[in-house]
Design a protein around this ligand. Structure first.
Ligand SMILES: [Fe+2]
Ligand SMILES: [Fe+2]
Length: 284
């Protein structure tokens, strides 16, 4: 990437501010600036507006789109952008899905329906590298995949999808990460994500059910499990950092109760959700 010196100096607070910094702080500021630039370039390609908007401005766009923002990514071409726009680089039509095996496993769903799953793989990889317990790594791996089905309230959809197959703690972490991500926790270095100003609006206030979930979770014995999902949740996107799904095969084997009939075929409370993900082309 070509760096334009003057604009970089300006973005870092001007040459006076820069000369006051020690070399380490300067290097850190530069790295932060470059990663923001990369994020912004990636966001623009994903259909982000040129500047963050208010809640009112975002609301005004609702009837200007053919699809609603909460739609699952399997149901529109190229997935749907978190910004509510069609991803400009993606084809106009949805693709033909590879049929699922008769007794599909979680890994089959990852390969054939959740793919590329870059965000959750990177999050789980970060948790693994940081040395967190295996159940936290699994929660990170699973935390957002329900967005293929439904993005609105995806923490609750995700917890319901996985509840028959994982420990209560993992389901708890998946459910409550959705509420916790709006609330900073300095004790673990978690800040309000800058990206949320773009996605939710600069003056966004979480609705009452999210605030209530946060308060409930904050005093719960598994608070840290859900919190660690947000800590490892990546809000910057490096499309070139590929993480191999195979890395997590053993953790899945130890902590995910794969039904022998196959996901969707086992009459569990969420089997219908797995079938919908397996065949989103079913008309009714
Ligand atoms: Fe999430
Ligand atoms: Fe996430």
């Amino acid at each position: 990437m070509e760096i334009e010196q003057d604009s970089v100096i300006l973005a870092l607070g001007g040459s006076d501010a820069l000369s006051d910094m020690d070399p380490e702080a300067r290097a850190e500021a530069l790295e932060d600036h470059l990663s923001r630039q990369l994020d912004n370039a990636v966001f623009l390609r994903m259909g982000a507006p040129a500047r963050p908007m208010t809640v009112g401005e975002l609301d005004a766009q609702i009837d200007q789109r053919p699809i609603r923002r909460g739609i699952g990514t399997l149901f529109a071409s190229g997935g749907t952008s978190p910004f509510g726009n069609r991803v400009p680089e993606e084809p106009a039509n949805v693709s033909r899905l590879t049929p699922m095996p008769q007794r599909p496993t979680l890994l089959d769903f990852f390969r054939l329906r959740f793919a590329p799953a870059t965000h959750v793989l990177q999050s789980a990889d970060k948790a693994l590298t940081s040395g967190y317990p295996e159940e936290i790594v699994l929660a990170c791996l699973l935390h957002d995949v329900a967005q293929t089905l439904m993005k609105a309230d995806h923490g609750w959809w995700g917890a319901q999808l996985f509840e028959p197959y994982v420990s209560e703690q993992v389901a708890f972490a998946i459910r409550y990460h959705q509420a916790l991500r709006f609330y900073p926790d300095p004790s673990v270095g978690y800040e309000y994500p800058r990206l949320y100003n773009v996605i939710f609006g600069t003056d966004y206030v979480p609705p009452p059910h999210i605030e209530a979930a946060y308060k409930y979770c904050r005093d719960h014995k598994w608070y840290m499990a859900a919190r660690l999902v947000t800590v490892n949740d990546l809000y910057s996107f490096d499309p070139n950092h590929k993480v191999d799904l195979e890395k997590f095969t053993d953790i899945i084997g130890r902590h995910f109760r794969q039904p022998k009939e196959g996901l969707g075929q086992d009459n569990s409370a969420s089997a219908h959700m797995w079938r919908t993900i397996a065949n989103p082309d079913a008309p009714l």
